[in-house]
Design a protein around this ligand. Structure first.
Ligand SMILES: O=C(O)C1=C[C@@H](OP(=O)(O)O)[C@@H](O)[C@H](O)C1
Ligand SMILES: C=C(OP(=O)(O)O)C(=O)O
Length: 431
């Protein structure tokens, strides 16, 4: 079923919100808890559709996962505690579930089948199936394991040193998770730029040693994970929508509480600062393995900038809303080195350029990004669509705050993938 919503512009956005828990960290907490020994209690878990797909897959492999009052309790039975699933593992819309789970399954001595939705079926899986096969996993699937449906049988794995052609935390994590199942062998992943390091940080919290340098990470196999309690910080990728909204909607001031500010994820803050936004970061004393801050954003006068290189992995999921931000910045914004956008839930170069063009933005697609010239008023009274992509849906809902007429936003239900209470927060701030 698809849904649509008529959205009007707003006078201002003011108030305080706490965005839901981080999606990347929530996935990992359930997965690592499932293969650890003992009870892992997760608080502030993201109850979004993607993370619930992870929960459902691990339950099908015999893990007891209890969801109660915003807390998730995972009873792990160790690395060898997973059971062969009698049903297909359905990952829904979630790339992270698919790729990290493949890493875990590579060392599990049984067979499993993985399917997902139409969007997942278009996303490249050979970036993980290739190195996992090199390590010893048997993986088959559509077009020789390039796409779902996939079928996997874990094997005896050997350690590898793998130079990934893309900076991808999903690829890195899948290989490191498989690396844990080798017999005391070393597994190293080298990336062209550093990707988010939640896996490395969380593995350490579960008692596993991870060696890291600027663009590589290494684990040694054979160590059991020991259960731990995890507090999931607010998702900076969700906060990004309100950071942009606060900067571009007139007369606004928004306070975002408890946002994760892991330096491998803070590209959106760097971009806002480079554009000249009025933004304040109040960092909390560190009490978790992930840093947390409150962020205050106010209506700002912005200038266009160039975004590329090693900044891209730090803000890859924020590019749709950064494109909207750039329409309100004076001058040219160039987003380059971002061809990874083409293999997300949608081709995010095409969907961003297509939908923002409908609003009258001056935006052109390039081979590895887009060029936006601002500042332009955005026109309403048009129909737009998320194309089933949560981040496109939320970007358009924020755009509607400043259009000169209403927007008919189709396929809004996609937003529940990462931010189920997004519209509640939007209406709270616009009161
Ligand atoms: O590891 C993760 O949790 C994620 C990594 C990124 O994908 P890639 O690994 O494909 O860059 C990101 O786009 C995705 O939303 C979540
Ligand atoms: C790309 C995303 O997620 P995934 O790869 O897990 O589907 C995203 O959340 O923007």
């Amino acid at each position: 079923m698809t849904t649509s919503k008529k959205l009007s512009n707003v006078q201002r956005l003011t108030g305080t919100i706490e965005v839901p828990g981080d999606k990347s960290i929530s996935h990992r907490a359930v997965m690592f808890g499932s293969i650890a020994t003992g009870k892992t209690e997760i608080s502030n878990f993201l109850m979004g559709a993607d993370c619930l797909s992870t929960v459902s897959c691990f339950r099908k492999m015999g893990v007891s996962i209890d969801i109660n009052d915003g807390k998730v309790i995972v009873e792990g039975n160790g690395m060898d505690g997973l059971r062969e699933p009698s049903d297909i593992l359905d990952v829904g819309n979630s790339g992270t579930t698919t790729r990290l789970m493949l890493g875990i399954l590579s060392g599990a001595p049984f067979h499993a089948c993985i399917i997902g939705d139409e969007s997942i079926a278009r996303r490249p899986m050979s970036r993980v199936t290739k190195p996992l096969r090199l390590m010893g996993a048997s993986i088959d699937g559509r077009e020789n394991g390039q796409y779902t449906p996939l079928s996997i049988r874990g094997g005896n794995l050997k350690g590898i040193t793998y130079e990934s052609p893309v900076a991808s935390a999903q690829v890195k994590s899948a290989i490191l998770l498989a690396g844990l199942r080798t017999d005391k062998e070393e597994t190293t992943v080298i990336e062209p730029h550093k990707s988010r390091d939640h896996t490395e940080r969380m593995l350490r919290a579960f008692g596993v040693e991870v060696k890291e340098d600027s663009t590589s990470a290494t684990v040694i196999g054979g160590k059991e994970l020991e259960a731990t309690n995890i507090f999931v910080p607010g998702d900076i990728s969700s906060a990004a929508f309100f950071l942009v909204a606060g900067a571009i909607v007139p007369n606004s001031e928004i306070i975002l509480k408890n946002v994760g500010i892991n330096p491998t994820r803070t590209g959106i803050i760097e971009v806002l600062q480079m554009m000249g936004a009025s933004i304040e970061i109040i960092q909390h004393d560190q009490y978790s393995f992930e840093p947390i801050a409150d962020i205050i954003i106010k209506t700002s006068t912005l200038k266009g900038i160039t975004i590329g290189g090693d900044l891209i992995p730090k803000l890859i999921d924020e590019i749709p809303v950064i494109a909207l931000l750039a329409t309100q910045a004076e001058g040219k914004t160039v987003i380059k080195d971002a061809s990874e956008l083409k293999v997300k839930e949608t081709n995010r170069i095409d969907t961003v350029v297509g939908e923002l063009s409908k609003l009258g933005a001056s935006i052109d697609a390039t081979d590895d990004g887009m060029i936006i010239t601002g500042k332009t008023g955005l026109s309403g009274n048009v129909s737009v669509s998320s194309h089933g992509d949560h981040r496109i849906g939320m970007m358009l809902a924020i755009a509607a705050c400043i259009t000169d007429g209403t927007l008919d936003l189709h396929d809004v239900d996609a937003i529940a993938v990462s931010y189920p209470n997004f519209f509640e927060h939007l209406s709270l701030l616009s009161k």
